[in-house]
Ligand binder design. Structure first.
Ligand code: ADP
Ligand code: MG
Length: 698
């Protein structure tokens, strides 16, 4: 059934074939449905007024009423600008124009009331607004406009063709006013009532043209609910028919674990590690296939925990594998575990992209024959020719670096029955989020760090103290230690960030002419990256200048200093991950967060949190708290789920309600055959709901 919303966009008044092509190419808008789901990313709230004394360093756009006091042209002929003092009963602010100076000057009149709209910025101690919108106050606009104006993101190409935010707003208005405008409701009535949600037509109308913030929030809540609810519904429906399908191998108690505990383990396991091993062991005996997520802070000792579980599998005559996202990490696992394997008489091998052909062939033979007990590797080990004899347990380290397809392939490595799967991550996330992200995974958590770790000393320095920083780095290097210096490269394509990194590299080379440096960033070829990293791992390079590519998993115990440049630009969890690269050896380690003097309130809070604590879970909680609802970037994780409006870090309450509801509905009506669930059932069947399937093969 083709509905109104399936109509091609070119049939909308004001669009036509050329503009339709453009909208399609630039914004993937092909149909009415696509257009109406292209939401504004913010609004200009012109219904409210501010007073000048309310303006602060974190002010977004403000709308103020007042009069002009002084209007003058300043600066020489080349840098001419127009400045005006704008005053209300609470204070004054400067307005500045760099363009159209003469024309503006002729327009502005002293002494009559104006309405000004724009974003204040702070220069030294004074606030000003450049190129504000300004209009004479009239009885009509004095009370504020009746609506919030939607602002849409567009591309440079669209703007050149005059499809700017205003033009998109016009198209939305046109669509909404088209005769026959209708939206197929996807949530059944009882659910809307119970959750107190507006219907979809209202939500879509109001997300574009809300009359006020309350109306907008109601619309947004409905749209967020849809995203979160259908994911949950899908997860529960699949879960209900999965349990029987995936029978699991049952492992027996193993002498190997005993031997390892009694004779070889170099330290006492923490209580947390023991608890997690117990949880996993009970899965491994349950008769069902295990799909478990192991989360634990950086340095909490996930590897050895996983190794003990691998011994359980090996003790029952099965093979195991551990897959890491990078070659460096795979090598580190291989080297670390080899030591134990030698003592236990187990065969462990490493396969990566750079394994020699002849070695690879030999290993693959050992694998098929069952001679090999543990295979460590990168994604090279999921290639088709890698065939196990009896794979019993697959461990995946730092899972978020792998694609879903890569994981699924690993599952198929045992022909008879799916192997048990343990995925590990150092990104601590609160429980509800974990349940949504890894819908079908059980979650275990290592909460404590091994005893005797020296907490990393973290400090905040301003750019002006760079000499002091360099002195400190030199002293640590003289003591034989190594140093990371990390630059933000938020987007791999950002040329400006890239330049920052290269400038930094140059100034460090100049400051430390005799010290061998490594450099690492995403634009380098894989081979060069490995080479540079390897030099640092082996201790030849003393300073590693890098982007966040080093974020995950790298273990260089001799590195004792982590310097993070422009730290204000990093999120909390990222700062924490980076800091986790040091403090892995016996030495006291340091993390130094460099910023300019003036940073936003939020950035200051993030940095304050980093200085105050090294506990990853505490930091995760703080992170949730600090991210306002206005954080449109969302989380890295929600990117995986393809969420457009919901944000897993801030919509926890809604998520929980949606989850409980979905669980109850599926418990009552597993196949969604009841007429009361007809709309939701139809939507679920008709649409690809992106859930993350870690455990099953599609
Ligand atoms: P992560 O959880 O970040 O992967 P690792 O498994 O790499 O952490 O462990 C970090 C370091 O801590 C390793 O050198 C490991 O040998 C050590 N370690 C792990 N568990 C303990 C423990 N219970 N007591 C002391 N050291 C431990
Ligand atoms: Mg690790």
């Amino acid at each position: 059934m083709s509905s109104f919303m399936d109509t091609k966009i070119e049939f909308l008044k004001g669009v036509g074939p050329a503009k339709a092509r453009l909208l399609n190419e630039e914004l993937s808008i092909q149909t009415y449905h696509d257009l109406i789901h292209y939401f504004p990313f913010r609004y200009e709230d012109r219904s409210q007024f501010h007073t000048i004394d309310q303006i602060g360093p974190d002010s977004e756009n403000v709308q103020i009423k007042g009069v002009l006091d002084r209007v003058e042209v300043v600066g020489g002929a080349r840098k001419q600008r127009l400045t005006a003092v704008f005053r209300d009963p609470t204070g004054q602010i400067e307005l500045i124009w760099f363009k159209g100076v003469k024309w503006m000057k002729s327009k502005l009149k002293l002494g009559i009331p104006y309405i000004v709209y724009g974003k204040p910025s702070l220069f030294q101690t004074k606030f000003s607004i450049s190129h504000p919108e300004i209009e004479i106050m009239t009885p009509a606009n004095e009370v504020g406009k009746k609506t919030m104006l939607p602002v849409y993101s567009t591309t440079e190409k669209l703007k050149r063709k005059f499809v700017d935010s205003k033009a998109i707003a016009k198209l939305q208005l046109e669509l909404i006013s088209t005769r026959g405008f209708s939206v197929v409701e996807i949530v059944d009535k009882a659910v809307l009532n119970e959750m107190n949600l507006v219907d979809l037509t209202t939500a879509l109308r109001n997300i574009h043209f809300p009359t006020d913030a309350l109306v907008k929030n109601k619309a947004l809540e409905r749209l967020k609910f849809d995203e979160l609810f259908f994911i949950q519904l899908k997860i529960f429906r699949e879960k209900s028919d999965q349990k029987e399908v995936h029978k699991g191998i049952i492992f027996q108690k193993s002498h190997l674990v005993h031997e390892f505990y009694e004779k070889h383990i170099p330290f006492e396991l923490t209580g947390s590690q023991k608890q997690v091993i117990k949880e996993i062991y009970s899965d491994l005996q349950s008769g069902y296939q295990m799909n478990r997520l192991l989360q634990g802070d950086v340095g909490s000792g996930k590897t050895i925990t996983a190794f003990v579980c691998m011994l359980i599998a090996i003790g029952s005559g099965f093979q195991t594998t551990i897959m890491a996202p990078t070659e460096i990490l795979a090598i580190q696992h291989y080297q670390g575990l080899s030591e134990y394997c030698d003592k236990l008489g187990l065969t462990i091998r490493l396969i990566t992209g750079s394994t020699k052909k002849s070695d690879r062939k030999k290993y693959l033979d050992e694998l098929v024959s069952g001679e090999m007990n543990i295979l460590v590797g990168t994604h090279a080990l999921i290639e088709n020719d890698v065939q196990f004899n009896r794979l019993g347990l697959a461990v995946i380290d730092e899972q978020h670096r792998f694609g879903v397809a890569q994981r699924a392939k690993l599952w198929q490595k045992n022909k008879h029955v799916y192997p048990h799967v343990l995925v590990m991550t150092a990104t601590p996330i609160p429980r509800t989020l974990a349940m949504t992200l890894y819908g079908d995974l059980e979650v275990s958590t290592i909460r404590e760090l091994p005893k005797g770790r020296k907490p990393i000393k973290t400090s905040h320095l301003y750019d002006s103290s760079r000499l002091k920083l360099f002195g400190f780095i030199q002293r640590e290097i003289d003591l034989g230690r190594q140093v990371y210096i990390v630059y933000p490269l938020i987007e791999e394509s950002s040329t400006l960030d890239y330049k920052d990194l290269m400038d930094g590299y140059e100034s460090i080379s100049r400051a430390f002419p005799k010290v061998p440096l490594s450099i690492l960033h995403g634009r380098m070829k894989a081979k060069d990256k490995d080479f540079e990293m390897d030099r640092f791992v082996r201790g030849e390079a003393k300073i590693m200048v890098a982007t966040t590519v080093i974020e995950v998993g790298v273990n260089v115990p001799n590195a004792s200093v982590m310097v993070i440049e422009n730290a204000e630009r990093f999120g909390l969890s990222q700062l924490h991950q980076l800091r986790g690269r040091v403090g892995r050896g016996a030495d006291q380690s340091y993390c130094i967060l460099m910023t300019k003097k003036k940073i936003s309130k939020e950035a200051r809070a993030r940095i304050g949190c980093m200085v105050a604590t090294t506990d990853g879970f505490e930091i995760a909680e703080k992170d949730l708290e600090l991210r306002g609802p206005g954080d449109l970037m969302g989380t890295q994780q929600s990117g995986l789920l393809d969420l457009k409006v919901a944000d897993l870090t801030t919509d926890g309450v809604l998520l929980k309600r949606a989850r409980l509801l979905a669980e109850r509905i599926i418990a009552d009506d597993p196949e969604l055959t009841s007429p009361a669930h007809a709309r939701m059932s139809r939507h679920l069947n008709k649409n690809q709901i992106a859930t993350l399937k870690w455990s099953a093969i599609s």
